[in-house]
Design a protein around this ligand. Sequence first.
Ligand SMILES: Nc1ncnc2c1ncn2[C@@H]1O[C@H](COP(=O)(O)OP(=O)(O)OP(=O)(O)O)[C@@H](O)[C@H]1O
Ligand SMILES: [Mg+2]
Length: 286
Amino acid sequence: MTKIFAVVNRKGGVGKTTTAISLAHGLARKLTDDSGEPTGHVLLIDLDPQGNCSTSLGIEVEGDGISALLLGEVSAENAILPTDRSATGGPERPNLFLIPATDRLAETKLALIANEAVNEVVSRMTRNANRSVPIDQLLTTRLKHAAEVFDYIIIDCPPSLDALNNAVYQFADAAIVPVKVDYLGAAGAVRHTRDILEAQAEGIAIKVGLIVPTFVRSRQVLAREVLGTLRETYGNERVSEPIPSSVKLEESPAAEGGLTIFEYAPESAPAKAYWAVVEQVHNGEI
Ligand SMILES: Nc1ncnc2c1ncn2[C@@H]1O[C@H](COP(=O)(O)OP(=O)(O)OP(=O)(O)O)[C@@H](O)[C@H]1O
Ligand SMILES: [Mg+2]
């Protein structure tokens, strides 16, 4: 069974991309046996037109990635890229794959809305049951067969999903919400949780699987208070190991063309913290 997680938070700069990449790569390492052979596969999907997943992993993007897939221009097999760079002296990542985003995604979202409006009118005129795929079912439909190949799919969401909001919530099993540990961040996450609960009421099955506190300065009273509030609000088991504030996490996307924290600083505190999140997710605790 493929497990699909959307890394979401309406607030910008809270560590969504960092969490999505670290989790995806960590899970890929988990799915590797002692001799380095993959025992499973992980797919990372970038839904942010900034395209940070590919640059952070050091992947050259050819084509339009997720845009071409959403518009039906390419099939999933052709949108999925390997992230292994061992052939060019980079890191070995045999079982981590990526559907990248490019800046065309912003325009794609508008095109999808326009298509949807046209389809609506055409189908009413012709009473044609043979409609194109509704936006809300786009990810589920276009990735149906490809999804079966992967053990985990991690979606890196931008602060605003716009037209793709429901498509993500229909496709994903649970939300992983990084919360920057300051009062503002915590308030933003609470608002987001309410949205997700409201969406659930409309029949979209998604739960907040895990809150990941980020940018945590453990010696700060404020940070400790917010952590306490998060655990009270969501329950201990739904709040992960806190990710410390660390320059290593800022440096790794630019190091040697783009490394994950497990490649750049495997013994560092943030690597250990993200590894605990990987284990929590892999042990099926969310
Ligand atoms: N725990 C951390 N400590 C220090 N810096 C961090 C930490 N997590 C992420 N960063 C850095 O903070 C910046 C924002 O992180 P990131 O891009 O992961 O956030 P985001 O939520 O994906 O942002 P956006 O909303 O723009 O997509 C990046 O430069 C990243 O390297
Ligand atoms: Mg991001």
